[in-house]
Design a protein around this ligand. Sequence first.
Ligand code: COA
Length: 324
Amino acid sequence: MINAKIIGVGGYVPEKIYDNAYMESIVDTSDEWIIRRTGIKERHISADNEYTTDMAVKASEKAIKNAGISPEEIDLVILGTVTPDYFTPACACVVQKAIGAENAAAFDYNAACSGFVTGITIAKQFIVSGTYKNVLVVCADTLSKATDYEDRATCVLFGDAAGAAIVSASEDGSGIIETELGSDGDLAITALAYRNNDEEIEKRVSHKKETIWMAGQAVMKFAVKAMADASRRVIDKAGLTWDDIALVIPHQANYRIVDSAIKRMGITNDKVYLTLEKYGNTSASCIPVALSEAVEKGMIKKGDKIVLVGFGGGLTWGAAVLEW
Ligand code: COA
């Protein structure tokens, strides 16, 4: 039976760094508050002329190299983002051309920070149906370009990054074992496009409608339950228990969310890989960037079972259990 398997991953973070001292210089906050309430020390920020597709191309090229395939072998490029360069063309089309994936179809999707699990779930459907053999899933966001740098409750959280994976047909039974996606159409995290909504604009400290606003406490409550419960359900569906899981890579939004979620899962910190301190919340790329680092560090061996779990705007959530 054909399954879908991640055969190569790659991550990219831009050079520029906003550390907590810089955040202290622009809003009324402190290094101590940010670390105690979020666990974040630094975020990487795209250059003024660096956009989502520029970062996505860099992460994709690394994933393709690590997978050992050629760009021409890619059948589909899908890109998850909430900060596209254009309304049209899709960022995926820009990436498809830039990397030379000349035989690939391409489209964007938006599941906010749940984008990577959503992307590998989409890829799996195309692969197990026999439609495609190699799918490039790339998640990239220049959140700094949509951040309200007058709002201390959100601006300390976000950074920019891109993460990519090649998902390919596998016949050895390993790969993406189970996934679950979910949504509760709650507008607890918003950034407006064409829509005008005075009430929404009023919520923003800067009154810039395209910036991100969120109900932090409500999102936190939602996230802990959604991540813990969705992880348990995919593990159950796979016929596994937490003892079978070698590593968990959660969405990296806030250390307190991760800590409460892993307590609810009943697992220990040593099973969880975090990049939060260095990069902050980079939306859907958090998971593939962390996955790529964990692979580079040799933390994931062939045959290991791992859980990827995220939540984000929508509100959305997604969990996956994989055999590496
Ligand atoms: N520095 C100092 N004080 C800050 C601050 C900052 N950067 N941000 C908020 N505060 C203040 C608030 O103004 C509030 O002050 P008040 O009591 O005088 O009104 C106080 O800290 C507590 O605010 P609260 O919102 O209750 O804090 P919190 O413990 O919930 O932490 C978040 C705020 C945003 C860090 C937290 O809610 C969070 O991480 N939520 C989830 C966000 C998330 O994951 N979003 C992405 C989804 S993909």
